[in-house]
Design a protein around this ligand. Sequence first.
Ligand SMILES: *[C@@H]1O[C@H](CO)[C@@H](O)[C@H](O)[C@H]1NC(C)=O
Length: 316
Amino acid sequence: MSTLSVPPVPVNPRDDAIQLHKAFKGFGCDTAAVIGILAHRDSMQRSYIQQEYQTMYSEDLLKRLTSELSGKLETAVLLWMHDPAGRDAVVLKQALTTDFISLETATEVICSRTSSQLQTVRQIYHSTFGTYLEQDIEYQATGDLQKILLACVTKPRYEGMEVDREMAAKDAKALYKAGEKKLGTDEKVFVQIFTERSPAHLVAVNTCYHDMYGGSLKKAIKSETSGLFERALLTILQCAQNPAKYFAKVLYNSMKGLGTNDTTLIRVIVTRTEIDMQYIKAEYYKKYKKTLNDAVHSETSGHYRTFLLSLLGPNH
Ligand SMILES: *[C@@H]1O[C@H](CO)[C@@H](O)[C@H](O)[C@H]1NC(C)=O
C-alpha cells in the first residue's frame, strides 16, 4: 500500500507545469513549491507533468530540476520522477558501470524485484542505455554472485500462489544435501532453487526445511555462504516471506550508527513509496519501536527532509 497523498481532486498537469515553471523563475527556486507539487503526484501524474512541461516550454523538466535543485534533494527528486522500471534501470546502471559501483545495491535491487518486474527493467535498460543488463552484470560481478544475479534477470519465474508440497520437500532435501549435510557447499543447487522457484514455493521450502532438519534455512545460508552471494540468497528468501520487513531493515541499517547512508535511504523510500510503504512503516515500528518518520526526521534536514517525509505520509 502506498503512502503517497495526492489532492482529492486531480490537478490538471498543465496547471502543475505552469506552477513549476513559476517556481523556477526569478531569483532562486521556490523549492517548497516544487516539493509541494511533485511529492504529491503519482507516477502517472508525474509523467503527464513532464510531457506538458516539455510541450509548453520546450524544455526537459528533469534537466531543469537538475539545474534548480542540488545535493540530496536533487538526487531524491530526480529518482522520484521516473516510473518504477525506469528508476530501477537507472539505479542498476549507476551501480554497475559508473564511478559509484555498488554490487551491494545491484544485489538488493535484483534480488528483491519480482521476475516480471525484472523483465521490464531489462528491456528499459537496453532501450535507454544501449547495453544489456546481463553484459554489465557479467562485466562487474564474478563467481557465484554473478551466477545468481544473471539467473535472476534471465529466468522467468512463476509468481502465482500454488505450491507443490512434495516438490518443496524435495528442494529442502536438496538444499540440505548441498549445504549443511556435506563438507563444503554446492552453490549451484542454491542458485538453481532460489532463482527458479516461485516466492510462494520458497516459503514452503523454508517451512519444510525447518520441519525436516530442525534448523532454519536462513541459518544454513549464513553458515554455508558468505559475502554478497549470502546477501543475495537472504534477500530472495526474505522478500519471498515478507518484503516490507526486509526493506524496514535496509532502512534501519541506512540510518543506524553515526551518519546516514543517504543513497540507500533515498533509493528505498523513493522506490517503495507507491508500492508497500504503509507496510514497511508498520514493520519498522514493530521491530524498532520508533516510527520510520521519526527516524528519518532525526537523520535529515531542510527541504530534503520535507521531501522524504512528504512521501512517507502521516507519522503514526
Ligand atoms: C551506502 O550503501 C550502499 C549499498 O546500498 C553501499 O554500496 C555504499 O558503499 C554505502 N555508502 C556509504 C557511504 O557507506
